[in-house]
Design a protein around this ligand. Structure first.
Ligand code: C5P
Length: 231
């Protein structure tokens, strides 16, 4: 079985407050997506890194990706939602005979540039023999408030047993594709599609460097972390 990484990079980045898709925002001298690509390409067991781009993407081709040559491949088949982008990418891979049902797919967001090689290796080590697959996640640190419609506290919720999902999320190609094809439209990660089949993905301890760049202020924190890593 092969380990193949798949990066859905067809989002628009509206929440981060920029007009350019957020994977192309500058970060530590490179573009955001460069950092996750670099990490995934450095993991020896990962044979291929597939990037799913929006069909109208004009940015990718303007940059030099030759340092990753031989390991990365682009698919200009992004969809309207993240799930659609992953589904389309997976279909393209399998139709080209580049992924078999039993191969492992690691789906990773371009918007998580802080992923490290060590953390990715941990995910592979913990899941390679697993029946279902799973994802990186961290136990919630903050106290949770349920809000009224007027942004007042209705009550405090227990955070006991609650984890924040990260990526990569790692499942067998065949299972992931059929799960995504049957999944409800509102899912926001790949594990949810697997859960909807009645399966229970494994939670593998992630780390907080692997946070998702969502809001403008997240960029400053990512810049600090990655500037250090790039030196
Ligand atoms: O917007 P959000 O942070 O949830 O996006 C998560 C990841 O999914 C990003 O890497 C983004 O590029 C990708 N995405 C996609 N196709 C979409 C929407 C988001 O590939 N239609």
């Amino acid at each position: 079985t092969n380990f193949i990484a798949l990066i859905p990079a067809a989002g628009s980045g509206s929440r981060v407050g920029e007009r350019a898709p957020k994977q192309y925002l500058p970060l530590a001298g490179k573009m955001m997506i460069y950092h996750a690509l670099r990490t995934l390409c450095r993991v020896r067991r990962i044979s291929k890194v597939c990037v799913v781009l929006a069909p109208e993407d004009g940015e990718w081709v303007q940059h030099d990706w030759s340092e990753f040559a031989g390991k990365i491949q682009t698919f200009p088949c992004g969809g309207l939602t993240r799930a659609e982008s992953v589904t389309n990418g997976l279909k393209a891979l399998m139709a080209a005979g580049q992924a078999a049902d039993e191969d492992w797919i690691l789906v990773h967001d371009a918007a998580r540039p802080g992923l490290s090689v060590n953390l990715t290796e941990r995910l592979l080590d913990e899941l390679a023999e697993d029946e279902v697959g799973g994802l990186l996640a961290i136990p919630l640190a903050d106290t949770l408030k349920r809000a009224t419609s007027h942004a007042r506290v209705a009550r405090t919720e227990s955070r006991d047993g609650l984890w924040q999902a990260q990526t990569p999320q790692m499942f067998r190609a065949g299972l992931l594709l059929s799960a995504l094809e049957q999944a409800p439209a509102e899912i926001t990660d790949d594990a949810s599609a697997i859960e909807a089949l009645g399966l229970s993905p494994k939670l593998v301890l992630g780390d907080s460097y692997n946070f998702k760049v969502t809001y403008p202020q997240d960029l400053a924190l990512a810049e600090l972390i990655l500037r250090e890593r790039m030196t």
